[in-house]
Design a protein around this ligand. Structure first.
Ligand SMILES: NC(=O)c1ccc[n+]([C@@H]2O[C@H](COP(=O)([O-])OP(=O)(O)OC[C@H]3O[C@@H](n4cnc5c(N)ncnc54)[C@H](O)[C@@H]3O)[C@@H](O)[C@H]2O)c1
Length: 437
């Protein structure tokens, strides 16, 4: 089948490359000139494990190509996916739909034959119907269908998530749309992936409800971690004791500095706005948003406390800047709240991230950028692990201590065993675990 993917970012590029791996002919349309130049040269503009190889083999096989022009790409297309960004709209927290609706208008102007227009972007309830209206209004004669196909991949393991998803959700209201979507996802039918066919509204809401639930689960364990600190309990054991209950499950019960990334913050906010305007406010989700926002900034206090109550004149080595490991995505990363809060408290920052520094440099000022964890720690008073990259899991503690001015170790991801760090002579603080003496 022939697929056009509009937007070759984290979701569009991964989805496009994976569909081409399924054997479909995929053309990705990208309007950012710098991104497009990289893509045409066979290089991924984003860091995602395995993506370069997947692109290379499918470009070579002639299944995957890139262009800046939509109209020629649309010739003979069976499906046109919209995978453009839906960031938070400034001021009110609603999803900014301008890119999606612009793409819908571009499709309406250029589509020649019958095709299914599919939203892969995360879009508020009502978008599928609005896209149908936009296209119908400008092309009353055109044969087309609309479908909603939200994406659940996680950055860092996006290819595996796309190829072996827990489920595929498809909002489609015509048999023709359902049939095209079935054919596109045929390789997943063969491995018995559950495929849910629903209405547009239901598919759109499933995506937001799933993200809000996961964000709430993280926020729940983060608040339990705060309580653990007050009462001397250990949040990792609490999470394990909870998670072994099959009704709860172990995933997303890792206490840390608060969720970030390109999805949870904007999607929880947008869902809360949609719900309150629909007259069914989601108080739980509103509280999750508020608790998480406050938490990120408060993480700097943990470092200040560990330094004895003041960061004035201190140097802090920040290890990890991206919102999670195995991605270069800095959107809403906790580091973006923690670093400025530490600077405001009077600290100088030395920082290192294995792949996120190019992005981070655009977003953080007055930071000394370092080549690795040891260079960041040299001469510092405290070291803070903000993102749990694998290479930070087994640092040479003796070497760190020898190069630091003061031996303070703040582990916001609980990746070290307290006894090991204290044994190496550090003052150690983590999240929701009793401070070792
Ligand atoms: N990133 C994730 O992990 C993830 C997971 C699931 C769902 N989503 C959703 O997928 C959508 C896309 O997210 P993303 O992270 O891939 O965004 P992104 O910003 O990385 O990519 C969007 C791309 O679309 C391009 N673009 C915008 N308008 C265009 C147009 N008219 N024609 C051609 N290209 C255009 C932009 O230049 C950009 O490269 C969002 O709605 C997001 O919520 C993201």
């Amino acid at each position: 089948m022939r697929i056009v993917m509009i937007g070759a970012g984290y979701v569009g590029l991964v989805s496009g490359a994976c569909f081409s791996e399924f054997g479909h002919e995929v053309v990705c349309v990208e309007k950012d000139a710098a991104r497009l130049a990289l893509l045409k040269a066979g290089r991924s503009p984003i860091y995602e494990p395995g993506l370069d190889d997947l692109m290379a083999s499918n470009m070579k096989a002639g299944h995957l190509s890139f262009t800046g022009e939509l109209a020629p790409a649309l010739k003979g297309a069976d499906a046109v996916f919209i995978a453009v960004g839906t960031p938070s709209r400034r001021g009110d927290g609603h999803a900014d739909m301008s890119y999606v609706f612009a793409a819908a208008r571009e499709i309406a102007a250029a589509l020649a034959g019958p095709a299914v227009i599919v939203t892969k972007s995360t879009v508020p309830v009502g978008t599928g119907r609005e896209i149908e209206r936009i296209v119908r209004a400008s092309r009353p004669d055109l044969e087309f269908d609309v479908a909603s196909n939200p994406e659940f991949l996680r950055e860092g393991s996006a290819i595996g998530d796309f190829m072996r998803p827990d489920r595929v959700v498809i909002g489609a209201e015509s048999e023709r749309a359902r049939e095209v979507m079935r054919r596109l996802y045929r390789p997943l039918f063969l491995i018995e992936t559950p495929i849910l066919f629903t209405s547009f509204e239901t598919a759109e809401l499933i995506k937001y409800a799933a993200n809000a639930f996961l964000a709430a689960k993280i926020t729940f364990i983060n608040e339990i971690a705060d309580l653990c600190e007050k009462v001397g309990a250990n949040v990792q054991d609490v999470a394990r004791g909870m998670g072994l209950d099959g009704r709860i499950g172990r995933k997303f019960l890792h206490a840390g500095p608060g969720y970030g990334g390109s999805c949870f913050p904007k999607d929880t906010l947008a869902l809360a706005r949609t719900a309150s305007e629909a007259g069914a406010p989601l108080r739980l989700v509103e509280t999750v948003v508020e608790v998480n926002d406050r938490r990120k900034a408060r993480m700097a206090d943990k470092v200040v406390d560990a330094l004895g109550g003041s960061a004035a004149g201190a140097t802090v080595a920040v290890l990890g800047l991206t919102f999670k490991p195995n991605t270069d995505d800095m959107r809403e990363a906790p580091s973006l709240a923690i670093v400025p809060a530490l600077q405001k408290a009077g600290a100088a920052i030395r920082a290192f991230d294995p792949v996120g520094m190019a992005e981070a440099k655009k977003l953080l000022a007055d930071v000394v950028w370092c080549a690795d964890a040891y260079e960041a720690a040299a001469g510092a008073d405290a070291l803070a692990i903000v993102t749990e990259w694998n290479e930070f899991r087994a640092l040479d503690l003796a070497r760190l201590k020898a190069s630091m001015r003061r031996a303070v170790f703040v582990d916001l991801r609980n990746i070290y065993t307290p006894a090991d760090v204290v044994g190496a002579g550090f003052v150690y603080r983590s999240v929701g675990r009793p401070d070792p003496r």
